[in-house]
Design a binder for this molecule. Structure first.
Ligand code: PLP
Length: 399
């Protein structure tokens, strides 16, 4: 028996992180291995990042070959991988350009700035308000944090941006009452990835499309967690009929390397002047070369159909668990981004459940307070999905 402690205790990271952290050594396929050699089936994918799982030789080769040629050059120049990726991304919708950055929050920051720039240039000052929704999560930098109405994240950093309105999610009437031409942008997730996995209704998507068009307000879909096949669609927006002006992407885009994208339409791009926004690392040749391959894989219609097929398996398995265990109060999410809301009084806290799952060899995530989140690598097989659900059932059966 291996007696090595797989946890690192009190690593010299800021106290915002946990003090006892499982220390991962490597991954293979959809499995992770800690430094003590324990194996885990991964239902978390590095928080919805590792779409192709671990140890992908092709992706490693692309990164290695590009690193030998050129790692960084700045945006005083461009490179063929960056241009190729930008062309592939803009071709996914009604987009003229893409701003490449390094994280989800940075993609949203750019989107909010572009929305304000558009309103300012089209309509002048006085149209800079931003609208977001309860339980949204858009990032940790000050702009994105200002539209992330979670007291725990916001409180110590006040004051944040002025002019932010927060409305209930999926409430078309509240939207009708509050949106006006004073707003520059509306930012919204199709599935609230960090805030409990509620899914946008088609009626709300329609209301957002119509209201934003009426006031010429920029509609931003934050698809950092839902984009690029996570729901079985290239974008979750198309799943519910949302037609955003701007889409933001990050998590799976760089295959685990830091890369984000802010996709913008011609009407916005045409108003931007040289030097008004930028970044040092965004869109480097290594991250974009990798992202090009990731896009080829995850946007392949056969792969998308396969994700939908596996999502149906997941549906069935989760419905069975919900029927058997009354502490499961609701199933949420869509595609391969699913939530199991639990009654913590009966089931124990989600933190405890996640620890028990880990002891059983399964990595799970949390979303909101009382929701277990499942976001496996998209390449997981049907058999591996069933194995994960069986491990989850083992945990539930002991409650
Ligand atoms: N937007 C959404 C929907 C997210 O889920 C996240 C991260 O969880 C972010 C933005 C922020 O991304 P990052 O952590 O890369 O800044």
């Amino acid at each position: 028996m291996n007696t090595k402690d797989p946890f690192t205790h009190n690593p010299p990271f800021p106290r915002q992180f946990a003090s006892d952290v499982l220390t991962i050594d490597h991954g293979e396929g959809v499995y992770l291995f800690d430094i003590a050699g324990n194996r885990y089936l991964d239902f978390g994918a590095g928080i919805a990042v590792n779409a192709l799982g671990y140890g992908n030789e092709e992706i490693a080769r692309v990164a290695y070959e590009q690193m030998k040629k050129l790692v960084h050059i700045s945006n005083l120049f461009t490179t063929e991988p960056a241009v190729e990726l930008a062309m592939k991304l803009t071709a996914t919708g009604n987009f003229e350009a893409v701003h490449l950055g390094s994280s989800g929050t940075e993609a949203n920051e750019a989107a909010l700035k572009y929305a304000r720039l558009y309103a300012h240039r089209r309509r002048g000052p006085g149209h800079a308000k931003l609208l977001c929704f309860e339980n949204a999560f858009h990032g940790r930098t000050l702009g994105a944090l200002s539209v992330t109405p979670n007291a725990h994240y916001q409180e110590p950093f006040q004051p944040l941006l002025e002019g932010v309105t927060v409305l209930p999610f999926n409430d078309a009437k509240a939207l009708e009452r509050n949106l006006s031409s004073e707003f520059a942008g509306v930012i919204v997730e199709v599935i609230q990835g960090e805030g409990g996995l509620r899914v946008m209704t088609e009626a709300f998507a329609r209301a957002l499309n119509e209201a934003c068009a009426r006031y010429d307000v920029i509609l931003i879909a934050d698809e950092v967690q839902t984009g690029l096949a996570r729901t079985g669609y290239p974008y979750a927006s198309s799943m519910v009929g949302l037609t955003p002006d701007i889409i933001t992407l990050a998590k799976p885009l760089g295959g685990g390397l830091p890369l984000s994208a802010t996709l913008i339409p011609a009407k916005v791009n045409q108003l931007i002047r040289t030097g008004e926004h930028g970044t040092t690392f965004g869109g480097g040749p290594v991250t974009t070369a990798v992202a090009s391959r990731i896009l080829d894989r995850v946007l392949d219609p056969a792969v998308l159909a396969e994700v939908r097929r596996k999502a149906a398996l997941l549906d069935e398995g989760l419905a069975r668990l919900a029927a058997r265990y009354p502490f499961v109060t609701e199933l949420r999410g869509a595609g391969m981004l699913r939530g199991i809301a639990v009654d913590e009084k009966r089931a124990g806290t989600t933190a405890e459940l996640i620890a028990k799952a880990r002891e059983a060899g399964l990595i799970l995530l949390r979303s909101g307070v009382d929701v277990l989140r499942i976001a496996p690598p998209l390449v997981i097989s049907g058999e591996e999905l069933k194995a994960g659900l069986a491990l989850l059932e083992q945990v539930f059966a002991k409650i």
